[in-house]
Design a protein around this ligand. Structure first.
Ligand code: ADP
Length: 468
């Protein structure tokens, strides 16, 4: 389950503000730490300089007590150095000098081992009254006597300055976040606006408006790419829809003619008194139409199941020569009826791995067409040869001396319900599905089917199949 706002715009804006807020907080933390570090370094430098000055101004009085020239305190170096605290101890820890600002407090207690011996030692110290100071120690000889000089500045001006800067940044932070929110919202709205246009346009596309397309504002960006992908999808849908519409109208058309013929034959015979033989003839002609209808519906069902991927191919390895003999045996009777001769030019014996019944149907349809559309007394040549390219393929071609196929129809003869000469083909009993199913069967076995014009008149249909 998803929490938070549903709209992508709001979610992106919140993410933008959230990320911006984190970046700002990290930036403020780093800037504050850097400022603190820089100020501490400044303090350290100032104290070292001050220490050198102090060392020059310390001297021993006539009775051996340690004194400091008074002008030191009249010369504050910067606003950071106002609270100068000075304490000088002997090596055994006795306080030899203590500045007035210390008001009797000690600066850091007894010296530790090696304090101030190796240059200027700096450290943070908290005084007895809770004042935080930055303390520098340095061992120094005054008129031949060793002393440990401690000089400290209060860190409160520094902390105060850091706090003021931090406070200003933190006060500005919410305003910056609000501004980032507004800017982010505007930016996201602008970026997503083509998406909204796409959504509303897609929403308007119905089955009757599949020709509509989504506007592509910028083809190079991701949204433009998505719009193009959606347009391609619409294009494919439109093509499928058109095919489906054409198919439906073709089917209705194909069914209407035989049904009308059955109906008229029935009506006419009912109106007349006929002899039993005449009734037999009427029923036989009606059955012939019914047979054609049944064949057509069966073929359509096969194609429909093939389209849906529901047809299972039961592949076996068999000889193409045997299949050819089988098919020519079947169509031979039809050829004999039309006094046509079938020549066979077979080179070698090729085996293929395929579903025998579907391949048989494909070759049968091609040969049947050659016989159907060739004139009586014509000749048909069936050739089979191994191909050089693509290698391991075999080509089977059927050449006839019929009317041929006009150039503009050559691509379309494999379409469902397409007939070059509608009336003549219907007379011959064809619904324009024979080559469509042959194409499916050949392609389902990784083969290729096509048409090539013959040298003179007539047509040559070929089938190329991979050998087993
Ligand atoms: P049909 O069942 O109508 O023959 P097909 O799909 O087998 O349908 O063929 C489609 C169309 O291609 C046919 O209607 C016919 O016009 C044309 N055709 C097919 N084979 C030949 C051929 N050998 N010679 C001339 N025309 C052909």
């Amino acid at each position: 389950m998803r929490f938070g706002p549903k709209s992508l715009r709001s979610r992106l804006t919140i993410w933008h503000v959230f990320t911006f807020g984190i970046v700002l907080i990290v930036y403020i933390s780093c800037a504050t730490l850097l400022q603190y570090w820089q100020l501490t370094r400044q303090l350290d430098h100032a104290e070292i300089q001050d220490m050198v000055t102090v060392e020059g101004l310390l001297y021993l009085g006539p009775t051996g007590e340690l004194r400091l020239h008074q002008e030191y305190f009249n010369n504050p170096q910067s606003h950071l150095l106002i609270d100068r605290l000075l304490e000088v101890r002997t090596p055994d820890g006795v306080v030899a000098f203590s500045s007035d600002q210390l008001h009797g407090r000690t600066l850091g207690g007894l010296p530790f081992q090696g304090e101030g011996q190796s240059g200027f030692n700096g450290r943070r110290v908290r005084l007895g009254d809770g004042t935080d100071v930055y303390l520098i120690s340095h061992a120094h000889q005054i008129q031949g006597r060793p002393f440990l000089i401690r000089l400290a500045y209060s860190t409160s001006p520094l902390i105060k300055q850091v706090k003021v800067s931090l406070g200003i940044l933190l006060v500005v932070l919410p305003f910056a976040l609000v501004a980032a929110g507004f800017a982010g919202h505007r930016f996201v709205s602008q970026v997503l606006s083509p998406l909204e246009v796409m959504a509303s346009r897609t929403d308007q596309i119905t089955a009757s408006r599949l020709h509509d397309r989504i506007p592509v504002e910028c083809p190079d960006d991701e949204l433009g790419h998505m719009a193009m992908v959606l347009n391609d999808l619409l294009q494919r849908l439109e093509e499928s829809f058109d095919k489906l519409k054409l198919f439906t109208s073709d089917v209705s058309h194909e069914l209407r003619t035989p049904l009308a013929s059955i109906r008229s034959v029935g009506e006419v015979s009912l109106r007349r008194e006929l002899s039993p033989e005449q009734y037999q003839q009427v029923i036989a002609s009606m059955l012939e139409e019914v047979n054609q209808l049944t064949n057509m519906v069966n073929t359509m069902l096969t194609l429909g199941r093939a389209d849906a991927g529901q047809l299972e191919l039961h592949q076996t390895v068999f000889s193409l020569n045997d299949l050819l003999k089988d098919v020519t045996g079947v169509v031979g009777i039809l050829a004999e009826e039309k006094e046509q001769t079938i020549h066979m030019v077979i080179e070698g014996n090729s085996y293929v791995q395929a579903d025998r019944s579907f391949l048989r149907l494909a070759i049968l349809n091609i040969l049947d067409n050659a016989i159907k559309y060739s004139p009586s007394g014509g000749s048909i040549c069936v050739r089979m040869k191994d191909m050089e390219s693509p290698s391991h393929s075999v080509e089977l071609s059927v050449e006839d001396d019929g009317p041929g196929i006009p150039e503009q129809s050559r691509e379309r003869v494999f379409d469902r319900f397409y007939r070059v000469e509608k009336d003549r083909s219907r007379e011959a009993g064809g619904a324009g599905l024979g080559l469509a199913i042959a194409k499916w069967a050949v392609e389902a076995h990784g083969g290729k089917i096509g048409f090539r014009p013959s040298a003179g008149i007539g047509s040559t249909f070929y089938v190329q199949l991979p050998r087993a």
